[in-house]
Design a binder for this molecule. Sequence first.
Ligand SMILES: NC(=O)c1ccc[n+]([C@@H]2O[C@H](COP(=O)([O-])OP(=O)(O)OC[C@H]3O[C@@H](n4cnc5c(N)ncnc54)[C@H](O)[C@@H]3O)[C@@H](O)[C@H]2O)c1
Length: 236
Amino acid sequence: MGEPVAVVVGGASGIGAAIATAFENDGWRVVVADLPATDVTDEDSVAALLDGVLASHGRLDCVVNSAGVSTLGQITELAVDEWRRVVDVCLTGAFIVMKHAGQRLSAGGSIISLSSLNGRQPGGGLAPYCASKAGLSMLTEVGALELGPRGIRVNAIAPGLVVTPLTQPAMEIPGIEADYLENTPLGRSGTPEEIAEAAVYLAKAQWVTGEVLDINGGAHLMRYPDLHKHVLAAFG
Ligand SMILES: NC(=O)c1ccc[n+]([C@@H]2O[C@H](COP(=O)([O-])OP(=O)(O)OC[C@H]3O[C@@H](n4cnc5c(N)ncnc54)[C@H](O)[C@@H]3O)[C@@H](O)[C@H]2O)c1
């Protein structure tokens, strides 16, 4: 059967790309999936991806879902379509990946989702993202309960600030990065590689399930930056 096989959905960029590299360095065969060939909001596309991996590699050991999008806007201003766009990828997409991974994994396998510091810490202007990630953290716990009896583990990682194409635009607004770092006991942002190490750990940790692992330099102990204040200061 050879080396274990991991699929990294949303693996073309940022944290997902680092996770794919970390799994490769750890001796896994890795399949990277991302838009446009795989769309987490499209159930058929996720099913076809995982069926294709099983057909070509003969086994499936870990499915990582790193797909994510965000938006910035106050609740009273936010278009419902924009709310739906973010929830569709970050929460419904995570459900679809979990559903189809759960159908195909066997005992010893695991699912790892990317939640966020925003799953437990509210950020003004980030309602659909925060609500999705809080939902994803709970989905992880329910998934662990349901799939545990089949020997399948379900975990999530909740990163704090990691500068990637997702977060770079916010870093360009004066004050935001400094506010983050002032509210991070370890005083720096994380790297995609630091998140990826945890994914490799969770993929192998045979007695860990239902865990949402905070990796954020201690930022969950303080407060989330006041994004709205910085946006108003920058753009009026
Ligand atoms: N960067 C951070 O500070 C941070 C913090 C907490 C959580 N996260 C989470 O980590 C994950 C990865 O974020 P990142 O910072 O690497 O962002 P990123 O933008 O670099 O990567 C996200 C990837 O998801 C893919 N994607 C988006 N919509 C998709 C869809 N419908 N189907 C399939 N793939 C899709 C994108 O094409 C992209 O390759 C996300 O879930 C994000 O919410 C990131």
